[in-house]
Write a protein that binds this ligand. Sequence first.
Ligand code: G2I
Length: 451
Amino acid sequence: MRRTRRIRAIVAVSATMVLAAGMAVAISTSANAATTLGAAAAQSGRYFGAATNSFMLNRQPHATVLNREFNSIVAENEMKWYHTEPNQNQFNFTAGDQLIAHARARGMTVRGHTLVWHAQQPAWAENMSGTALRNAMINHINRVAGHWRGQIHSWDVVNEAFADGGSGARRDSNLQRTGNDWIEVAFRTARAADPGAKLCYNDYNTDGINAKSTAIYNMVRDFKARGVPIDCVGLQSHLGTTLDPTYQQNIQRFADLGVDVQITELDIQQGANQANMYGQVTRACLAVARCTGITVWGVLDPDSWRTGANPLLFDGNGNKKPAYDAVLNALNAGGNNPPPPTTAPPPVTTPPPSGGGCSASVSLNSWNGGFVATVRVTAGSSAINGWRVRLTVPSGATVTGSWNANRSGNTGAVDWTNVDYNGRVAAGQSTEFGFQATGNGSIPTPSCTAS
Ligand code: G2I
C-alpha cells in the first residue's frame, strides 16, 4: 500500500517534470524559431535559395516571396552560354548583372548556373567542334567567370556531362568530343578566372547511389587525387513521388571525398508525399556537415518548368504550401551539425619587390595546343597608379583573347597595360590580368614598370 503510494507520487512528479520540460521546449522553440527559409537555414550556416529570372524580379507575388524567404538566388536561364555569349566573343551580362545587383542589395548570395553545358548553347557553339570549340569554351569561362569575379558564391562549372542509365559513361556531346579532359580544363580555367568562387559539378538523376552518381563520384575522387580544382557537387534533385532510401548516404559519400554538396535544383512532384519528401530532403542535407545549402528551382508553382506538377513551396498566389512548413520546421529543428567555415582561396606567394615600382609573375594552365596565362602584378613598397608589363609569348604561340589589361600585340614581346579600374594598386597588394593563347611553351618572368 505504502509502496503503491510512493510509485504514484513518483509518477506524478515525473509527469509534472515532463510537462514542464515539454513546455520549456515548446516555448524556447517558438521563441528561437526563424520564420523564413533563409533565416532558418542561416542558423546552421547554410543558405536556402531559389531560381529566378531578371524579368520576374518586380513581378508580384513572386517578388515579395523571393525577397522575404530566400538568402540566395540562381539564374534559371540567364547565365547560360546562349544568353551570355549569343554571338562569339560578344557578351551580354545585363540580366545576370541585374540578378546580382538585386541579390547584393539584399544580402543574398548568388549561385552561378552554368558555365558549360551541352544544352542551351548558342547556335554558333553548337556548330563548332575540336580545337575551335575547346578554345571557345575556355574563352567563354574566362570572360563570364571573369566578369562576375568575386560575386559568385558557387559556379556550376560543368552541368550534366554524364549519361543516364547504367553505363557510367560520359554523355556524348560536342564538348565531350573535344577530348575527355574538357571537364578538368573547364575547372582549371574557372579557378584562374574567379579564384574566390566554389567550383561545382552539377547533375540530375544523382539523387541516391546509382551508376550515374557513382561515375561522378569516381571523377571527383580522381580530380581530388590529381589536384584538379573542384570544391562542390550539385545534386539537382528534380524528384517524383518517392525518395531514394540512399539519398543521405549519397550526400555523405561525396562529402567524405572532401567536397561540399549542394542541393541545387530541388522540386518535388505535388501529391500526398510532397511535404514529407521536402522534409526528408532538408533533414538529409542538415545531417551532413558539408551539405551547405539548398536551392529550389523556382518560387511559385505556376512558374515552374514542370508545368502542372506544382512542385514548389508556394502556390500561384504566394501562399505557403504544407511542403513549406515541412522545410521550415526541418530547418528550425536541425542545425546541430553546422558546416565548417568556408576557407579563403590560397594566398598567392609572390614576394613584393623591396623598392617602389612593381613586379609581375605568370602562371600557366596549359593543354596540348593552347594555354591560359594568369599574370599577377604586385606593387612594391609604395602604391602605384598604373603599370606596364612586358611579357614574351612563346615562339609559335598566338594570343587569342585577354582580360583586365590592354595589349600591344599577340605574338612575341607584348606590352600589357592596366585598364581604368585596376591601375591603382596599394603598396604590397596585387591585381591580376589574363590571356588565352594557341600554341605551347614557357614564359620567362615578365618585367613590370610602374607609372
Ligand atoms: O530542365 C530543368 C533544369 C535541369 N538542370 C539544368 C537547368 O538549367 C534546367 O533548367 C531549365 C529551365 O528551368 C527552363 O526554363 O532549363 C530549360 C532548358 O533546358 C529551360 O527551358 C527553356 C525552354 O526550353 C525554352 O524554350 C525557353 O526559351 O527556357 C527557355 C527560356 O525561357
